[in-house]
Design a protein. Structure first.
Length: 296
């Protein structure tokens, strides 16, 4: 059964990202030599920094897929439909357009829609190719980053941290996320794929879980995942406390920066992350979903 819409991350709305401006060649010159054409192509593409790719790596490792296939520089992820991030094709380097037919065949084989995750700093030709092939755009999302010294990192005695997700943590996450039994099982299996240092955080009030999250450490970066607060306990500071406590854990373990991915339509979440110091929008991404099945 495919679950395509649920995402284990807080959704926010951000202003449009400030992308590098490429030169506009509205009147192509005649007789350009190959070196000039290559230079033009490079100038027209957004330029990704090493930090952006390092954040991408951390985010992929923080929310692993159940199965993966590498195909011509694209990482195809398969997780029985739970979240687009774990069920989409992701670029792992500055590469060209994907092999659509082969990708579609692999996703179709597992009964999943073909979805591509398109980074704002990728070659614009990739997005254009997918649009021309009938792939629809959805899920505009933002990637936030902050230096650890800029973050509010405050230990909290009431926030319980564990290196392994306990049955209590899973049960609370399932309840707050309103998982179906099948979703809860897939979520547990995805968490079971984590291979890097992780802190699972749980905050309770009056004996009831009110906020949860987990954070992973990868190459000096803290990546937040599955941050959630009980809908009946919003605006009481629980989300702030749990995020700050995870930051304190990461700082104690040598992290020098933090990042997270959020859908670009949730102002309350943006306010939370801004308040703890995650103020910089590093880049954006969106998804392209195949709008119809292609014949074999």
């Amino acid at each position: 059964m495919a679950y395509r819409n649920w995402e284990p991350m807080v959704r926010i709305h951000l202003p449009p990202a400030e992308n590098p401006v490429s030169q506009d060649f509205t009147r192509p010159e005649i007789g350009l030599v190959a070196s000039e054409l290559s230079e033009r192509s490079t100038m027209e593409r957004p330029i990704a920094s090493a930090l952006e790719w390092r954040v991408e790596e951390a985010c992929l490792n923080a929310w692993p897929a159940l199965r993966e296939v590498m195909l011509e520089g694209w990482l195809l992820r398969f997780s029985e439909g739970l979240t687009r991030r774990a069920n989409s094709a992701n670029p792992v380097a500055a590469i060209g357009s994907p092999a659509l037919t082969e990708c579609q065949r692999l996703y179709r084989r597992l009964g999943l829609p073909t979805i591509f995750r398109v980074l704002s700093f990728a070659d614009p030709a990739i997005d254009q190719q997918l649009a021309n092939a009938g792939y629809t755009s959805e899920g505009e999302s933002c990637v936030l980053h902050g230096e650890m010294d800029e973050l509010e990192a405050v230990p909290d005695a009431d926030v319980r941290l564990a290196s392994i997700a306990t049955p209590e943590w899973f049960a609370a996450m399932s309840a707050l996320q309103h998982h179906t039994p099948d979703q809860a099982l897939i979520y547990r299996r995805i968490i079971g794929q984590l291979a890097i240092p992780t802190a699972f955080a749980l905050l309770s009030a009056n004996g009831q879980p009110v906020a949860l999250a987990y954070g992973v450490l990868h190459r000096g970066l803290l990546c937040y995942e599955s941050v959630i607060t009980d809908r009946g306990r919003l605006r009481q500071g629980y989300g702030h406390r749990i995020v700050a406590a995870v930051a304190a854990w990461a700082k104690e373990n040598g992290a020098h920066g933090a990042c997270l991915q959020v859908e670009a339509n949730n102002l309350p979440a943006r306010a939370l992350y801004d308040a703890i110091g995650l103020k910089r929008e590093l880049y954006r991404y969106h998804y392209r979903r195949q709008s119809r099945r292609e014949p074999e």
